[in-house]
Design a protein around this ligand. Sequence first.
Ligand code: FMN
Length: 214
Amino acid sequence: METAEVIRTRRSVREYRDEPIDPSLLEELIELATLSPSSYNMQPWEFLVCREDATLRRLRGCAYDQPQVTDSAVTVVVLANLDPAAHARPILEDSFEKGYIESEQALERRIERIEGKRDDPLEDRRLWATKSTSLAAMTLMLAAWDRGIASCPMEGFDADALCREFGIDPEAYDPVMLITLGYPAEDAEDIVRERKHRRAVEELCHYESFEPDR
Ligand SMILES: Cc1cc2nc3c(=O)[nH]c(=O)nc-3n(C[C@H](O)[C@H](O)[C@H](O)COP(=O)(O)O)c2cc1C
């Protein structure tokens, strides 16, 4: 599909056919998600891929019993790494080798600057990591839809319960979103129905100065 068509036809779909997603296709979708932009290219995302029925049931238990979790072929928990410098050295060494960073001293300064962000308050680090991680989540959904795989992003889950259930340290990783994935059911209401309302461009687009109506 053309990019605009992928964007125009994507819907949040909550009913799926009982059909697995090929593991190599799933891996390709995750790989495409990793091509998303990220702050300082730090790529603060991790993907907990839940495919087995028992795992999906445990996840649904953390997601206010939303049925699309167990209906999906795969649900991905998109996690944000709250250590901004977790991968700083290998990423920036690569930038140095490719000529984006001019000297070894500049490389060390860059690494130090990012390591300094470890002292930022937890809420700042959470927001910082959530921005980049959310972009990766969107890429994953668009890449999936391009291959006929529908998705539903979800923030309707208890993050503390999810961390407890899956042994995730909430001080180190923040579960940002769940993304359910699966081939859409033919009569899926989310596809059959007319697209939900979108605010008009002239209402939300502000040129040169920002003077919202409300
Ligand atoms: C951050 C976020 C959280 C969402 N959480 C849920 C959720 O917990 N459960 C659900 O069924 N849909 C959830 N949705 C899907 C929205 O309801 C959906 O995107 C919206 O109604 C617009 O529909 P569309 O995606 O089909 O255009 C969420 C979407 C976003 C972006």
